[in-house]
Ligand binder design. Structure first.
Ligand code: 8YV
Length: 323
């Protein structure tokens, strides 16, 4: 019997290819340059499976891929899926949860500590030959330990951040989520808090909600206005969960103390984005899960999902809305 045809829209590891070749007829995109939309649509005309990151899976793509059974995302986020369109066609969508939780939580803590203690800014001084005297209180930071950490979106990654804050840094951890997480509250001693109250009382606000219709620009002018002037805002979810203009305005007008960002409205971030000029903003190129062993795990989960999907079986990590 012919093996099912699949398209791999980005570079994967040799071990992934070896695994996939056992079960699938493989076509791969091996260039470092991202595949163009048109090229991708052409390649999908006879494919049953697609392995990708961030590709928009919408009506247009589905129309051009009549045999498609599964799209396997190499990411935990799946805001690239038009869930309604996929549901209508019976196309499965999978993601890579769990394996990156601690890795992303580590990065978020990195952003918290480096914003609070101004590590990148001070690093630049030292490397530029300027040894700022320790008495220069213009360069003092703020404490992380024993401060209030507010987490918006208490999923698996949110919990991993809460654990670090509570157990590692004796922080008072509060959270806001669509539904309460009583087990986490009991296990970790974190407190549920209404949205506005969290914004008003947190020293560090971590946004860790998936991007959906409901969370698009969840944090805007009103929300930044509610935050303390001394607060630091961290976003490692998706750039569109905030109104970026409102963040820029809040920073320019000193409505908040600083920000740590791994994600932007437009990625790669535009060169003239004012955030890039601000010393009190740490900017990273969307590297929350970018650790070799974590990426290897994500790839492995994603290729296994793909194979199950093209075999007509139910893959382990179908996204909840398409189950
Ligand atoms: C990216 C992420 O997938 O998993 C997610 O949702 O945002 C990241 O892990 C990764 O950066 C690959 O581009």
């Amino acid at each position: 019997m012919d093996k099912p045809k699949v398209f791999i829209a980005r570079k994967i590891l040799d071990e992934n290819k070896e695994y996939l070749e056992k079960y699938c007829d493989l076509e791969t995109w091996d260039s470092d340059l991202e595949i163009t939309r048109e090229e991708l649509l052409d390649r999908l005309s006879d494919k049953e499976g697609l392995l990708t990151v961030g590709t928009k899976i919408d009506e247009e793509l589905l129309n051009r891929a009549p045999k498609l059974k599964i799209v396997s995302n190499i990411s935990v986020g799946y805001n690239n899926f038009d869930l309604e369109a996929m549901k209508k066609r019976g196309v499965i969508g999978t993601h890579t949860p769990n394996v990156l939780d601690d890795t992303v939580a580590d990065l978020i803590f990195g952003l918290i500590i480096s914003s609070a203690r101004r590590i990148p800014e001070l690093d630049r001084y030292v490397k530029n030959g300027e040894w700022k005297p320790q008495e220069d209180d213009d360069l003092f930071g703020v404490n992380v330990h024993h401060r209030t950490l507010g987490i918006i979106g208490m999923g698996r990654i949110g919990e991993a951040v809460a654990k670090r804050g509570k157990l590692g840094f004796d922080m008072d951890v509060i959270y806001y989520n669509r539904n309460r997480k009583l087990e986490t509250e009991n296990n970790l001693g974190v407190r549920y808090c209404e949205f506005d109250e969290l914004l008003k009382t947190s020293d560090f606000i971590v946004l860790m909600t998936p991007l959906t219709k409901e969370t698009r620009e969840l944090i805007g002018y009103r929300e930044f206005d509610l935050m303390k002037k001394s607060s630091i805002f961290i976003n490692a979810s998706r750039g569109q969960t905030i109104n970026e203009k409102a963040l820029i305005e809040a920073l320019e007008n000193k409505k908040i103390l600083g920000a740590g960002l791994d994600v932007f409205k437009i990625e790669p971030v535009e060169k003239d984005n004012p955030l890039l000029k601000m010393n009190n903003v740490i900017t990273l190129p969307h590297i929350g899960s970018a650790v070799e062993e974590t990426r290897r795990d994500m790839f492995e989960v994603a290729v296994r999902n793909l194979v199950k999907g093209v075999q007509g079986k139910i893959p382990p990590n179908v996204v909840p809305e398409l189950k």
